[in-house]
Write a protein that binds this ligand. Structure first.
Ligand SMILES: Nc1nc2c(ncn2[C@@H]2O[C@H](COP(=O)(O)OP(=O)(O)O)[C@@H](O)[C@H]2O)c(=O)[nH]1
Ligand SMILES: [Mg+2]
Ligand SMILES: [Zn+2]
Length: 332
């Protein structure tokens, strides 16, 4: 990220936004900033170009709020100690969700959740609740579509350790590893995997996705005392409102880097993708696309001479992942 500081202009990262105010971090200090009228006008009157990180070209909605968590901005300091954002640096990527049409005839608006993300961390429990692997595939496809790497975290491993469920879980882990997704196995109870997770999060901007109950708060508390509670308090007080994304917050980690927690798939979805695009976002399916008899028009469903189905029969593609593909395609 190219940044510049001068005597009057500073570069910072947006950690929090609320009702038109932005907490911008620069040199480990937070400045509360508003948006210059010019920047606001520029962004509300021009359509932004397509998402640079996303490998689809048809997303072209307008943005309601030009600044997102994780954005690099240039700001000036005002006399009262606050600041004013003058410019937004180009994003390397962003994730967004669609929001309802604000008025009849309007396009669906795209709400940016966060920008400049280094990794997505899907979190699933080894048990209680049972892991939903189709849901994991949804997260993975969404992350792939934005061009952001995923690192999977399994929590509560102590619950299955030494039981028959342990062997089953290891088979799943091996599957995802064979596709190329790193898997970190953790337990907040036994501290298993915490060092590994700490290393993975250090100096990265990570987005955590996973349903409540999987042990996110416990895990973050185990990483840094009190950290999970801080994240949870903010999410509970603001996460249920109509304007969830206007209150999103990024939390700095002691070891460098920062973390954004999102409540679930609604916030981190696959909206905007075309069913024809989906297969590309399965890394183990992508290489055989184009070898189907019907070429790129093959939906990999009932068509004869489908290389994807052949891959499933040969054991090179997991039937479960193939099923995830079919489900996702049907959902779009
Ligand atoms: N056995 C076990 N239980 C855990 C672990 N982590 C969390 N839990 C339990 O799972 C439940 C949900 O945990 P919580 O951290 O609140 O989940 P969150 O909703 O994802 O934030 C609580 O009852 C925790 O005590 C773990 O590593 N092992
Ligand atoms: Mg929680
Ligand atoms: Zn096919």
């Amino acid at each position: 990220m190219q940044t510049q500081n001068t005597d009057t202009h500073f570069t910072g990262i947006v950690y929090k936004k609320m009702l038109g105010h932005y907490d911008v971090q620069h040199n480990n200090k937070i400045t509360n900033c508003s948006l210059s009228a010019k920047l606001w006008k520029d962004f509300s009157t021009t359509e932004l170009s397509d998402n640079p990180g996303r490998r689809v070209t048809h997303v072209s909605e307008k943005h309601m709020d030009p600044i997102a968590i994780g954005d690099y901005v240039q700001f000036i300091k005002t006399d009262d100690g606050s600041g004013m954002i003058m410019d937004l640096f180009p994003r390397k990527n962003y994730i967004a969700r669609s929001s309802a049409k604000p008025m009849p005839g309007a396009h669906t608006f795209e709400q940016v959740i966060a920008a400049n993300i280094d990794q997505v961390i899907p979190v699933f429990a080894a048990a209680d609740p049972e892991p939903k692997w189709h849901m994991l595939d949804r997260y993975l496809v969404a992350a792939e579509s934005y061009g952001i790497p995923s690192r999977i975290v399994i929590t509560k491993f102590d619950l299955v350790q030494g039981t028959p469920a342990e062997g089953k879980l290891k088979t799943w882990i091996a599957l995802y590893q064979s596709i190329g997704y790193p898997v970190i196995v953790t337990s907040s109870k036994t501290s298993q995997g915490l060092d590994h997770l700490r290393q993975t999060l250090a100096d990265q901007h990570s987005v955590l996705v996973g349903k409540s109950g999987v042990g996110k708060t416990s895990l973050l508390n185990a990483l840094e005392p009190g950290f999970g509670l801080r994240v949870q308090t903010v999410n509970q007080s603001t996460g249920k409102g109509r304007h969830t994304t206007s209150h999103l917050e990024m939390f700095p980690l002691q070891g460098g880097g920062a973390l954004i927690d999102t409540p679930g798939v609604r916030e981190f979805g696959v909206y905007g993708l075309e069913s024809m695009d989906i297969a590309v976002f399965f890394p183990e399916i992508a290489p055989v696309l184009g070898q189907c008899k019907f070429g790129l028009s093959c939906q990999h469903d009932e068509e004869p001479g489908c290389a994807v189905r052949q891959g499933v029969m040969d054991g090179r593609i997991s039937p479960y992942r193939y099923q995830s593909y079919l489900r996702l395609k049907d959902d779009l």
